[in-house]
Design a protein around this ligand. Sequence first.
Ligand code: GAR
Length: 195
Amino acid sequence: MSEARVKVGVLISGRGSNMKALIEAAGAADYPAQIVAVVCNKPGAEGLNIASDLGVFAVAIDHGLFAEREGHERAMDAVLRDAGVQVIAMAGFMRVLTPWFIEAWAGRMINIHPSLLPLYPGLNTHARAIDAGDAEAGCTVHEVTLGVDEGPVLGQARVPVLAGDDAASLAARVLEAEHALYPAALAAFCERFRQ
Ligand code: GAR
């Protein structure tokens, strides 16, 4: 392809397995995006080492060092813009963003959430799906808008809830689906920004 690849920044808070799936997918020559920066709000998070080992610029910006949520976000924003980021992919970033950050990146930020939205926004999605007796669970990639876990859906993947599942076993099944869904959804989203 002759068009420029879209520069993506990934926000993480911990393990970074979805981030890893995105970096690995972007290793393919025909993937429409490249991962140019990983920003984590927790120093020492496992995902930072994974990104560095895969050759991606990765930085911790500790939210605990900032008195205000927006100050932390302004620091993240500066790093992302310095890296030339065009699109943000949130991948297990476990902080609610302020309207300032969401509006600064409006239409250019996506998230993966471990439920079939609009079911189960927020936390403890797998336990809630089991408690509700759902036959299916899954994950959603969506645009980030002002309402938490509410933006337009870009893609979903479904898995069965099996007899005997607990939150951990269901989470593991959903996570595998996340690792397939997110690279595909990010690629489709980035096609909007190619010149
Ligand atoms: C993933 O399951 C992701 O969907 C979820 O956190 C996990 C992060 O795992 N995100 C949320 O719950 C966001 N509200 P990872 O760090 O291994 O990608």
